[in-house]
Design a protein around this ligand. Sequence first.
Ligand SMILES: [Zn+2]
Length: 253
Amino acid sequence: MIIFKLRNMSFLKNKIFKSIKEIFYPKYHCPICGFYGVFLIYSPPTGKRKHAQCPKCKALERHRLQYCVVKKILQDRGASQMSMLHFAPEQCLHSIFKTIFKPYLTADLSRDDVDKKEDVTNLSFADESFDLVFASCVMPYIKEDNLAFAQIKRVLKPQGIAILTVPVIGEKTIEYPEPNPSEDGHIRCPGYDYFQRYKSFFSKIIIYTSKDFSKKYQLYVNQNRMDFSRKDMPLRPAVAGKKYLEFVPVCYK
Ligand SMILES: [Zn+2]
């Protein structure tokens, strides 16, 4: 009888321990590489984020959401072959996009590990060259973003799509007088209103957020944004909350 009770208690203890572990160390699926397990803390200068990074392919919240959106577009289009121009390619997405898109070209102004050195405000490609242009977190570096939008539209095929993700912080977009090294050289802090700028260039814009796909992929930014507006980032607004959405705007030519 005593042995039975002890066994029961040990079972209960294990169960409680497992539940506590699941609260603090939840497991998620990475849609890009198929990893299942605990995602890592990511700590850029702008502040640490919990459950952010897939330990296998290094994908962050925004990369996983972007991949979910690209997969949805491919499903909706049913296209067997689409060409892609991938600006400032992220390793985790590059690995998988190069197997999906043909032709697939990478470009960047300053990096050497790309197919073409390109200025997004003055692209060398012919008109109507690509089905899909993908440029994530590129616009916060580009002062004359209107030129970039015009160029991306120009190189898109008539039914082409551009995915131009930016990190959205706060309500209104804030332009900086000069690039801020503490924010990786960003020249602006995009707000919810930033996507309005896309409307002058593209016929239709659909904005996907972290809410649009399964929670199992962990697509939210778990961060404290109340301590923004600090000395090294004086213009970045403080935002209340603990969990923020990522946004992926899909722009149709
Ligand atoms: Zn992964």
